[in-house]
Design a protein around this ligand. Structure first.
Ligand SMILES: Nc1ncnc2c1ncn2[C@@H]1O[C@H](COP(=O)(O)OP(=O)(O)OP(=O)(O)O)[C@@H](O)[C@H]1O
Length: 603
């Protein structure tokens, strides 16, 4: 880690406005350090003249200052010195309090802005990238790593810079007063801290990387535990998961210990060396009968260095070690945010895009897709046509590629070969959102948020813009209205619990269907949407879907043949290829594989 490179990295993360705020904050920190220094320093002459008023006449600086103030009376002069020291002290502390509030506020704002940017960057990533990522880690990055970067990298970086500047001014002052001794002390103190840093640098880097790695692992384990709580309780796996948590958490504790202890160590050693040195020097001079007054200047400078320079060096050292320990978080943030400006994300509101015109045909030509890291293609040379307002079904064994094909048509996956045309228009990145506005999609497992039925049906629509008539209409079509009105305590305002835990599988599925119908889409895609329903509920939903037949384009993926019997066209998939097509009756007559599949379901 190079400190200048860290500062550069920080500046690439923040906007121009935030950069200006950080610089203003830096100036405030610097001024606070300066005023505090002057405040404390001004007490010394005051105390000195209180103890020995004769000093005023002996010290030319005090005499000149008295003349400058125009105070001849000794008593009045001492009181004035006290008032000046008091003013500096009060001003210094007021300034320090304001700066500390400014530091906290700027940190909190930066934290909010960076988490928002990171969330925006994640939200705008292609869907495919989410298939490779662990969502618990993304969670952690937004909620934890951003905080680490702001409060454990950016803030220490500001402090370190301010400390370095104030230490440099102090060194210059010392050099002006006693050049040789000052350089000697600076070399000893500076050399010691530099040596200490060189010694612990590698340990800190290693420790920081390990700490952040194990912390991310912990986030994954916790997400697994609460995601699979039902199975964990049923199979009595609590102890196993607690043990899984314990391993990485022990490494995290070690990491925290090292990062807490290392920055403090030089301080203790340095205090022994500096103050012990003074004591030893005095003892030596006393024991050898030499004149103690000859070494007093050295002891004074030692004291100045001890009280002023050492804390600055110590804070610089601990700040740099803290930054080094948390550097992996900064690296991660820079990587995940990339160099895309925030405005790019904020301005892209896909929900306002107009739907693409569609009233003829969806056509796929020679489409192929291979998942990242997979050895074979999930889909290959897929060519098909779906006429507008028809009911088209995809059937095939598990793993034959049906969901992959749907995800390609939805634009969630990007075709690696071939293309899709809608009414002859090629679908590409530029018109993808417009194409997607036509689609109502019901996946195999419905995501439900811990919110009301209404907000779950009108998914993502702001509360004040929800069309309640459309919500009820969609619920009626999904055969859900009766249940909501008669069985739920607060009807459409009933909160359904995290992931819909207070609903049955079939009810969750029907909320998904209602959600897909809420926007009255031209195309309805159902990917195993009715497979979780009992036969009576499925028939009711199919009836609802049948009433939409030939008014909308309906694309169905189903295992149950009862679901697809009335389709206008059925595509049979096997091993990522379309092996047959036709109506239910045609396939039953001409396709032995189809016949076998239907036979196995007792059709
Ligand atoms: N994220 C993924 N990464 C790698 N391979 C995947 C991924 N998702 C699916 N596959 C593979 O792609 C192939 C097609 O999967 P797909 O889910 O499309 O089949 P399916 O016909 O919908 O199956 P099912 O009826 O069981 O849902 C399978 O061999 C599967 O293992």
């Amino acid at each position: 880690m190079n400190f200048i490179r860290t500062i550069r990295k920080i500046f690439t993360l923040v906007t121009a406005r935030e950069r200006r705020r950080i610089l203003a904050l830096f100036v405030c920190i610097l001024l606070t350090a300066f005023i505090e220094m002057v405040g404390v320093a001004s007490i010394m002459p005051f105390m000195a003249v209180v103890a020995n008023p004769g000093l005023i006449q002996k010290t030319s600086l005090l005499l000149d200052f008295g003349n400058f103030l125009g105070i001849a009376d000794r008593r009045a002069y001492v009181i004035s010195l006290g008032v000046i020291a008091l003013c500096f002290l009060v001003a210094g502390n007021i300034f320090a309090a304001i700066t500390s509030a400014f530091v906290i506020r700027t940190g909190a704002r930066l934290n909010q802005s960076l988490s928002h940017r990171l969330l925006a960057a994640y939200l705008h990533r292609p869907y495919e990238q989410f298939l490779r990522e662990n969502s618990a880690r993304l969670n952690r990055n937004i909620l934890h790593e951003v905080y680490t970067v702001v409060f454990q990298v950016i803030n220490p970086a500001l402090n370190v810079t301010a400390r370095v500047v104030s230490a440099c001014s102090l060194i210059m002052l010392m050099v002006l007063i006693k050049p040789v001794l000052a350089i000697f002390i600076v070399l000893i103190l500076g050399g010691f801290y530099t040596l200490a840093y060189i010694m612990v640098r590698k340990i800190l880097k290693w420790n920081g990387e390990r700490y952040h790695k194990f912390n991310r692992e912990l986030a994954g384990i916790v997400a697994d535990i609460f995601g699979g709580i039902k199975e964990i309780k049923l199979f009595g796996r609590e102890a196993e998961y607690l043990a899984r948590f314990k391993g990485p958490s022990c490494h995290v504790i070690k990491g925290q210990t090292v990062s807490g202890v290392v920055p403090q160590m030089p301080r203790y050693l340095m205090e022994v060396i500096s103050f012990g040195g003074v004591i030893l020097l005095v003892i030596y001079y006393l024991a050898s009968g030499k004149e103690i007054a000859t070494v007093l200047p050295l002891i004074t400078l030692y004291a100045v260095a001890g009280y002023r320079l050492m804390p600055s060096l110590q804070q610089t050292f601990s700040g740099i070690t803290q930054i080094r320990f948390n550097y992996p978080a900064l690296k991660l943030l820079c990587h995940d945010l990339g160099d895309t400006p925030l405005e790019f994300f904020v301005d892209r509101d896909n929900s306002r895009v107009e739907p693409l015109h569609f009233d003829k045909e969806i056509r796929l030509e020679q489409v192929a897709y291979r998942y990242y890291g997979a050895s074979t293609k999930a889909l290959d040379v897929i060519s098909l046509s779906i006429p507008a307002n028809s009911v088209v079904a995809f059937v095939g064994a598990s793993g034959s590629g049906k969901s992959t094909l749907i995800d390609l048509m939805l634009g969630l996956l990007t075709m690696q070969e071939g293309a899709m045309f809608v009414d002859g228009i090629l679908i590409k990145a530029e018109n993808m959102s417009s194409w997607q506005r036509n689609i109502g999609y019901v996946p195999q497992s419905i995501f439900l948020s811990d919110d009301t039925i209404t907000r779950n049906i009108a998914f993502g629509v702001p509360a004040d813009l929800i069309d309640h008539v459309a919500v009820q209409k969609a619920a009626q079509m999904a055969n859900l209205h009766g249940f909501i009105e008669t069985e739920l305590p607060a009807g459409y305002d009933t909160v359904i619990g995290e992931r819909g835990v207070r609903l049955s599988g079939g009810q969750r599925q029907r909320i998904g269907i209602a959600r897909a119908l809420y926007h009255d889409p031209k195309i309805l895609i159902l990917d195993e949407a009715t497979s979780a329903l009992d036969v009576i509920s499925e028939n009711a939903v199919l009836e609802a879907i049948n009433t939409l037949a030939h008014k909308k384009t309906i694309i169905i993926v189903a295992h149950r043949f009862s679901t697809i019997r009335n389709s206008d066209l059925i595509y049979l998939l096997d091993n990522g290829r379309i092996v047959d097509r036709g109506t239910y009756e045609e396939l039953m007559e001409t396709c032995p594989r189809f016949l076998t599949m239907s036979g196995s379901q007792g059709e």
